[in-house]
Design a protein around this ligand. Structure first.
Ligand SMILES: Cc1ncc(COP(=O)(O)O)c(C=O)c1O
Length: 483
């Protein structure tokens, strides 16, 4: 790593309508992707660069902030601003289980059977606060809009030959929604309506995978993705993630498909930086692999700039899966699969072959919610609602949390030997939390809790956070480092 600041050649055009901050971040991005600024090189200080370019320091700090958010820059080396070492970001791995500690429960193949789990309904009946991840808050939707959407769906004639790709009107509305919210260039020909992410992944696997094809998943990662791919006969290969997401340099060369969660890695919570996205796509092109982008959590992010969808960066190599399971409710059973038209048609053929479909009334109701802007309004409301809950968590557990810039879950790293104690002590006090090792497909390399803050009532969440802070704080007082 160089210690001397590198002065990249940058030119700003004051007569342009493009803001100076955008010009500057663009120039720096170009210098980094073109190799003029190399990983590990130090940038001039914001003061020096502002003086050199004759702009205010705010212009430079805002440009730096944007590039930090995108993962181009790194401030972790001590003082100064450096070009991120994309390939060499430290792993989140912490030492394995202490001797004598029983292996943590895991749902993975060949791993010990998972402990019996309370269902959400059982937990509710017992009056417990459920902070296990994966559930949204489903009690703040606009009831009038919801009823109007279903009245509309019920008023339509029944269809005796529904399109396997979905209701044309909903595909159009979803394409418009994705263009606007995810910045991807799609039309209805790119959209197939599914019943959710799991259904989309299953249909894709049934379309593109031959028996024993190797399919990569994240380790640790979303258990259902593992199960869906395995059930379609794939050899499922766990691929390492670090605090930013999938580690591209470690990917095996012979994957047919890679499932990944770049918007907010499940469960560690990383957001895949742009340079690593580019390297992932170039890996996929080189290997002829298909990247499956589970866009779950992309709708909710906090204090950070949006990152481009992988699909938008390479529609030939990427299939994007989205869902309303979290933004509205899993009850609705609506999601989408976005792909190039030729592949999409093959998925539609698979769907016919398997007699698989998404109910047309649910599609028609969703179409109206999108067309009237009801879903947008709901999303805006929920963003504020979830941001408040996230603040509650940060207020109580702030210094310990990671992966909190998006989605509805955060991670609380703990020493391996403390996890089971914390899980059982908090359960004894009426708070259910999830051990991250449940997301491991083999021997866990990451230890801690994954906390979902979507579904708990705000007052319950505050109470649960106080209990957690107390229990976790006691672990720290016991002389054990939390990270
Ligand atoms: C990583 C991830 N993707 C997707 C989903 C939602 O899947 P579906 O749309 O099948 O309900 C979840 C739900 O917990 C999830 O954790």
């Amino acid at each position: 790593m160089s210690c001397q600041p590198n002065d990249p050649p940058l030119r700003l055009d004051r007569s342009s309508t493009v803001p100076l901050t955008v010009q500057l971040s663009g120039g720096l991005r170009e210098a980094m992707s073109g190799g003029l600024l190399r990983p590990g090189e130090r940038l001039p200080s914001s003061r020096a660069l502002a003086a050199q370019l004759g702009v205010s320091r705010t212009v430079v700090t805002e440009a730096f902030q944007q590039l930090y958010a995108e993962g181009w820059l790194d401030g972790r080396h001590g003082s100064g601003t450096y070009v991120a070492e994309h390939g060499a970001l430290p792993s989140v791995s912490v030492p394995p289980n202490a001797p004598g500690t029983p292996a943590a429960p895991s749902d993975g193949p060949g791993a010990p059977a998972a402990e019996p789990r309370l269902s959400r309904a059982q937990a509710r009946r017992l009056g417990m606060v459920d902070l296990r991840p994966g559930a949204p808050w489903v009690r703040s939707h606009d009831e009038a809009a919801w009823r109007r959407a279903w009245r509309h769906a019920a008023s339509l004639p029944l269809d005796d030959d529904p399109d396997p790709r979905g209701l044309p009107r909903l595909r159009e509305a979803l394409a418009e929604h994705l263009r606007r919210t995810r910045g991807v260039r799609v039309g209805p020909e790119n959209v197939l309506v599914t019943r959710g992410t799991g259904n989309g992944l299953d249909l894709l696997a049934a379309t593109v995978l031959a028996r024993d094809d190797r399919a990569g998943i994240e380790e640790p990662g979303y258990q259902r993705a593992h199960d869906v791919l395995a059930s379609r006969g794939a050899e499922v290969v766990p691929c390492r993630v670090d605090h930013d997401g999938i580690v591209v340099d470690d990917l095996p060369f012979d994957l047919r498909l890679l499932y990944t969660t770049p918007a907010h890695q499940y469960p560690l919570g990383g957001r895949l930086p742009v340079p690593r996205r580019e390297r992932l796509l170039s890996w996929a092109r080189g290997r002829g692999a298909l990247v499956v982008e589970d866009d779950y959590d992309a709708e909710f992010r906090y204090d950070v700039a949006p990152l481009p969808a992988l699909y938008g960066m390479d529609p030939e190599r990427v299939v994007l899966l989205g869902t309303l399971s979290k933004t509205l409710s899993p009850d609705l059973g609506i999601g989408w699969l976005v792909a190039r038209p030729a592949l999409l048609e093959r998925v539609a053929e698979t769907r016919c072959r398997l007699s698989d479909r998404t109910g047309v009334p649910a599609q028609a109701a969703t179409a109206l919610l999108l067309e009237r802007g009801d879903l947008d309004r709901h999303l805006r409301r929920m963003r504020l609602e979830y941001a408040r809950r996230r603040r509650t968590l940060i207020e109580h557990l702030g210094p310990h949390l990671t992966g909190d810039t998006a989605g509805l879950h955060v991670m609380l790293p703990l020493p391996a030997e403390a996890v089971a104690r914390v899980v059982s002590e908090t359960a004894g006090r009426g708070v259910l939390v999830e051990d991250t090792s449940r997301a491991s497909h083999g021997e866990p390399t990451v230890h801690g809790l994954v906390l979902g803050y979507g579904a708990a009532h705000p007052a319950d969440l505050r109470r649960a956070c106080r209990i957690l802070a107390e229990v976790v704080g006691r672990e720290a007082d016991g002389g054990q480092e939390l990270r």
